[in-house]
Design a binder for this molecule. Structure first.
Ligand code: ADP
Ligand code: ASP
Ligand code: MG
Length: 432
């Protein structure tokens, strides 16, 4: 049965990392194998900055950024292939030329469409280099174009997958011929092939799940710079512990509340076909992975903590002492959805709706302006949303000590509090 491996930006950030990946595959590959790869390092951020420069009309900045992208990728090719670099260098040069050409062609179009036609090149470049390296390392490899496999609608920057069309395309992949199939995470295409689409930032985990679902894969392994899924971000919380086995539902809750280790959309397709998801380290190959599956028995053994940074709280009140009734709530939440904003905490009162939102200025500002036309809106910026699962009173009290909560929500297994970011900086410790 097919295995799906996913490698994120950190695992291919330079030539040494790509070399290590070759060794990892030589050791752990099974057949058939589909490898889903993100853009190298922080390339997607670099492409977003390039796009922003161009759309602001700063041609010089755009040219500089394009040249840096070209140089950085060519340096990796040079370091990997040395005097055999010729063919891959030509492929990278061709992709950079194509990026420039597409970008110019679509410059007059709406930003989300333009974004997808430009930012997809991060994954096109990385997979070109990585698949050539696997081949050079003696592993027969085939590069596959996810734009022709992952079929989506035209919801640019957050495209919805057409599962039937995707299953039909993926079914045609020659998974059985022994070659490693290398494809791009994050990107897809419309059915008529006229446009590239993207699945949302950090969407490569979801891509791996899409391939696994369509191939009825045995497992998906997401190789990370941490040994697995922890009960808190191990980079923020000094005593975070690895969750060795947890359920799809529990993992979805953590991801939805902002645990950045897995894209929340990843779990649904895997749950539907009971495909286990392993999260394991590409740095420490001996470390046991976290396994996410059907078993719910271990979900509440440890409390878990998620910190969501750069939050904004909007407190929205109807004018003239009117109720915040269902019609008004529907109106406000509809506007939120239309703006593509996520509310990590929603709380309401007779004359109030409180929303805690990710601070995307370009989406938030127009929403706030529009709401202010009809409602009285109070706004607090620079907040951190703290979500705790399976916590008792003592733990909640200890986490809140010395912090001023601006909003709260609580149900049987989840408690959320919103604190000023200034009170949440630095390393945390989960009280035991
Ligand atoms: P990728 O490049 O594969 O997409 P990410 O950077 O998105 O990898 O995810 C890995 C990072 O997720 C880790 O470096 C870690 O700091 C962070 N992280 C946040 N929450 C958790 C958690 N609960 N468990 C493990 N890692 C977490
Ligand atoms: N390269 C994309 C991003 O940085 C997708 C991913 O890495 O998952 O958002
Ligand atoms: Mg990620």
């Amino acid at each position: 049965m097919t295995q799906v491996f996913k490698f994120g930006g950190a695992s291919i950030q330079n030539a040494a990392a790509i070399r290590q990946l070759g060794e990892l595959l030589a050791r752990f590959r099974s057949r058939p194998l589909v490898v889903v790869v993100s853009a190298m390092g922080k390339t997607t951020n670099a492409l977003e900055a390039l796009l922003a420069a161009a759309r602001e009309g700063d041609t010089e900045n755009y040219r500089e950024r394009l040249e840096r992208l070209r140089r950085d990728h060519l340096a990796v090719v040079e370091a990997l292939f040395g005097d055999q670099a010729g063919p891959v260098t030509s492929q990278v040069e061709a992709l950079i030329t194509e990026l420039d050409r597409r970008h110019q062609r679509h410059a007059g179009q709406a930003r989300p469409f333009h974004y997808d036609q430009t930012v997809c090149f991060g994954e096109l470049l990385s997979t070109t280099i990585v698949s050539a390296w696997f081949e050079a390392a003696g592993m027969a490899t085939q590069w596959c174009d996810a734009r022709e496999l992952v079929i989506t609608d035209d919801g640019h920057q957050a495209a919805n997958v057409d599962w039937q069309a995707t299953a039909e395309r993926v079914d045609e992949l020659a998974t059985e011929d022994g070659r490693i199939l290398v494809t791009q995470g994050f990107i897809g295409g419309t059915a008529d092939g006229s446009a590239t689409t993207t699945l949302g930032r950090e969407g490569s985990d979801f891509s791996a799940a899409i391939f696994a679902y369509c191939l009825d894969a045995e497992t998906v392994t997401i190789w990370k710079d941490v040994p697995g899924l922890f009960n808190a971000d191990p980079r923020r919380v000094s005593n975070a512990q690895q969750l060795e086995r947890i359920s799809y539902q529990e993992a979805v809750e953590l991801a939805w509340h902002g645990a950045k280790v897995i894209h929340p959309k990843t779990l649904g397709p895997l749950q539907r076909k009971a495909i286990p998801l392993k999260v394991r380290s590409f740095e420490n190959l001996e470390a046991p992975p976290s396994v996410i599956g059907r078993d719910t028995r271990f979900d509440s053994q440890l409390p878990s903590l998620v910190l969501r940074e750069e939050q904004t709280l909007l407190e929205i009140h109807p004018r003239d002492f009117a109720f915040m009734d269902e019609t008004r709530q529907h109106d406000i939440l509809g506007r939120l959805a239309a703006a593509g904003l996520h509310a990590g905490l929603i709380d309401s009162g007779a004359m109030r709706l409180s929303l805690c939102l990710d601070g995307h200025p370009e989406r938030l500002e127009p929403l706030v302006d529009a709401l202010c036309q009809e409602y009285a809106v109070t706004r607090h910026d620079a907040l951190t949303l703290v979500t705790v699962r399976h916590a008792d009173e003592a733990l909640l009290a200890a986490l809140s000590a010395g912090r001023d909560s601006l909003a709260e929500r609580r149900n049987a297994d989840t408690a959320q509090r919103l604190f000023p970011a200034a009170q949440c900086r630095g390393t945390w410790h989960l009280p035991t």
